[in-house]
Design a protein around this ligand. Structure first.
Ligand code: SIN
Ligand code: CO
Length: 394
């Protein structure tokens, strides 16, 4: 399967989209992926939903009430489904089936660390997850059958997990409607209430959602606070509140004085004033942190750089493990590679390799290149031993 490239609506291009639409307003993209059809059958999706370690949901509705069951499912649960009003959804499909990762490629004009996952749904006529709001941007690709989308383009709602696990909106007042068929793409920014219902068709309705991730301020601060608590190893200072020169007035009647507030503000400002190297070194780890059940396992038998070179000379090719998350940061004379929440500080001569690792699923590396660069050979060997790169036949 080769993912087709994205065709923008007439008169628009990627720069227009980023300037006027991304994070701002929904966009209909008719036939943007013309020719794209689900490479996965409903049965294959159902099989995935029965696997341990795969996040899946079954949403049904009856008489205006929505019910949710989380997987993994028994085969018998999915064989006995009715002919209408259910939807089966599976998260992180590109991590479980790495051959589907190329479906994300048409959207790589956005940073890869912002991309969260490929979710695939399969629904019988009437099947839906209800009118709801998502906290993240999403491209909804129709991959089989048809789906009627309705959305409210006028109001921005907050994603409300407390409302229900489905984040249903209490009142839904759509002002837009579009029936999508295979190859159509709908872009929705966060906060747009939407409702997609599977239409009757010869085939079950399958929708592929490319979802993005954006950490909240509280998540960022929480993670940073944990990192500070690891000080001094983390390189972040973790000073305590201090009040040298405190005045007598500040002790009056349990008051919190303006001077005390100024000290706290100053302390927070100092804590956040780290240089780019420290900031990137922590942020890159945070945004590549995988879900606990979605990470490669280290190889049981490790190899040495010379064994790696010999294997490459026999024609084996290093490929990224489908679950590993990659990013890198480049300062003036510093390069940091992030994989699954860990950071590796690299010699600047390895900057091109870091870029390749973060942008290509398969590395174009031969034994000779590694013979000429012991640092590159060591890095690639470490990544193979950690399970983040796999050696496959071409
Ligand atoms: C779907 O049902 O495939 C899409 C779910 C959504 O609206 O986010
Ligand atoms: Co949604």
């Amino acid at each position: 399967m080769i993912a087709p490239s994205l065709v923008w609506p007439a008169g628009l291009n990627v720069q227009d989209f980023l300037a006027d639409t991304w994070q701002q307003r929904p966009m209909r993209m008719p036939a943007a992926l013309a020719g794209f059809r689900s490479p996965l059958s409903p049965d294959e999706l159902a099989g995935l939903a029965c696997d341990e370690g795969v996040e899946s949901r079954l949403v049904k509705h009856k008489d205006g009430t929505w019910s949710l069951r989380n997987g993994p499912f028994e085969e018998s649960d999915l064989e006995q489904l009715e002919t209408s009003d259910w939807s089966l959804l599976v998260q992180d499909v590109e991590k479980h089936l790495p051959e589907l990762a190329q479906i994300l490629d048409p959207f790589r004009f956005l940073p890869s660390w912002r991309m969260d996952d490929l979710m695939i749904s399969c629904a019988a006529p009437g099947g839906s997850v209800g009118p709801h709001v998502d906290a993240y941007d999403v491209f909804l690709i129709q991959a089989q059958g048809r789906r009627r989308w309705q959305w409210d383009s006028k109001t921005r709602a907050h994603h409300n997990r407390e409302n229900s696990e489905l984040s249903l909106v209490e009142t839904f007042t759509p002002d837009e409607e579009w029936i999508t068929g295979p190859g159509d793409v709908l872009y929705l920014p966060p906060g747009v209430a939407h409702f997609g219902v599977a239409m009757p068709d010869d085939e079950l309705c399958m929708t592929y959602s490319i979802g993005f991730r954006a950490p909240s301020c509280s998540e960022i601060l929480q993670d940073l606070a944990l990192r500070m608590a690891e000080s001094p190893e983390s390189g972040f200072a973790n000073p305590r509140y201090a009040d040298p020169g405190i005045s007598l007035d500040e002790a009056a009647d349990g008051v919190i004085s303006p001077a005390a507030l100024a000290r706290v503000r100053n302390m927070l400002g100092q804590a956040l004033s780290m240089d780019d190297h420290a900031l990137a070194g922590w942020f890159g780890s945070m945004v590549t942190e995988p879900k606990a059940w979605l990470q490669p396992l280290p190889n049981e038998e490790s190899i040495t750089p010379s064994q790696l070179i010999a294997l490459l000379e026999k024609g084996l090719v290093p490929r990224r493990h489908g679950m590993a998350l990659w990013a890198h940061w480049q300062g003036d004379d510093q390069v940091v590679l992030f994989i699954d929440g860990r950071s590796i500080h690299l010699d600047p001569e390895l900057a091109p390799l870091a870029r390749d690792l973060c942008s290509q699923r398969e590395l174009n590396l031969d034994g000779l290149t590694l013979r000429n660069s012991p640092k590159a050979a060591k890095l690639v060997t470490d990544l193979v031993n950690a399970g983040e790169l796999e050696l496959d036949n071409e």
